[in-house]
Design a protein around this ligand. Structure first.
Ligand code: ATR
Length: 284
């Protein structure tokens, strides 16, 4: 049997995974706290089989990214209400023994939504009773909607494919609006969350809403973190909005993972500067 004896093993799993910022963030955190561990990026092609190997080699904790957040839920023991709603696991921890009744080896949670809540909490923003517009209806949008509701916001969803927005609205018990009537309606929002890949370096595509939605005093957040300040956020800032960078969500979802694995406070500032440096250096 193979066992790591000098360093504890952690990884982010996904496909593709080459450009993940998580290794830089986590390895800096290990170094800062003197934890004898390494964190690597692993590209998986056959999830179930590959997870057997990962288990056998002795990995203790895994961050899970696309396209495996759904299947990770199927192999994990889950005691996290967020996972049931968002339908995704983004963090696994090896169980100390097989978890009956299914003989599962991993416990799973979702920290994506925590990334949003923590970002707002640390900036002292109270979302209670405020009107939030979420753009997008995919997995990332689900985490954002879940977070916005947890913070007490009143949520409306808008999406390129209107039907998906309405389906998701039903799931969460919130409102949806067709994208071509949103602007006509002239409805005001306190916060706009951009939860699609539009604006990501190399992705292309155009936003389905006009930047005219921004007004002074509003808050705009983008889940895209490369570039750090997207065109969406630049437009919001030019129109007098406060902006929240996607990288903060990435940071705090990672902080929550670290703290679940090690049961100790994460070195947040070390992790933040590791992330910012990596994006600015453009070396990932
Ligand atoms: P994820 O799980 O990462 O959020 P996803 O399920 O593919 O990914 O969802 C991506 C979201 O971004 C969807 O809301 C998608 O809109 P559709 O439901 O119409 O596909 C949205 N999206 C992706 N590319 C887009 C584009 N070019 N313009 C507008 N919306 C886009």
């Amino acid at each position: 049997m193979i066992r790591p004896v000098q360093t504890r093993l952690f990884a982010v799993i996904g496909r593709p995974i080459k450009h993940s910022l998580s290794p830089v963030m986590m390895n800096e955190a290990f170094k800062a706290l003197g934890i004898p561990a390494v964190y690597v990026a692993l590209e998986l092609t056959e999830f179930i089989l590959d997870m057997e190997h990962i288990s056998a080699v002795g990995f203790e904790g895994l961050s899970v990214t696309l396209p495996y957040k759904g299947v990770a839920r199927d192999i994990a023991v889950v005691d996290d209400e967020a996972v049931h709603t968002i339908k995704a696991v983004n963090c696994l921890k090896k169980a100390s023994r097989l978890c009956s009744p299914n003989g599962r080896r991993w416990r799973g949670i979702n920290t994506d939504w925590v990334g949003v809540v923590e970002t707002f909490r640390r900036q002292g923003i109270d979302m209670g009773g405020r009107k939030a517009l979420v753009i997008g209806a995919g997995g990332a949008a689900m985490a954002v909607i879940y977070a916005a509701l947890k913070m007490g916001a009143e949520v409306t969803i808008v999406n390129r494919t209107d039907d998906k927005a309405f389906d998701l609205a039903k799931t969460f018990g919130v409102s949806a609006v067709e994208h071509d009537v949103l602007m006509e309606r002239g409805e005001k929002f306190d916060v706009v969350f951009q939860a699609t890949p539009v604006g990501m370096e190399g992705y292309g595509g155009e936003h389905i809403i006009s930047y005219d939605i921004f007004e002074p005093g509003m808050i705009a957040m983008d889940i895209v973190y490369k570039p750090l300040k997207t065109d969406f956020l630049k437009a919001a800032e030019e129109r007098g909005c406060s902006i929240i960078l996607g990288i903060d969500m990435l940071l705090y979802q990672g902080v929550a993972q670290f703290e679940w694995w090690f049961d100790t406070p994460a070195p947040v500032e070390v992790m933040r500067s590791a992330l910012y440096r990596a994006v600015e250096r453009d070396d990932v």
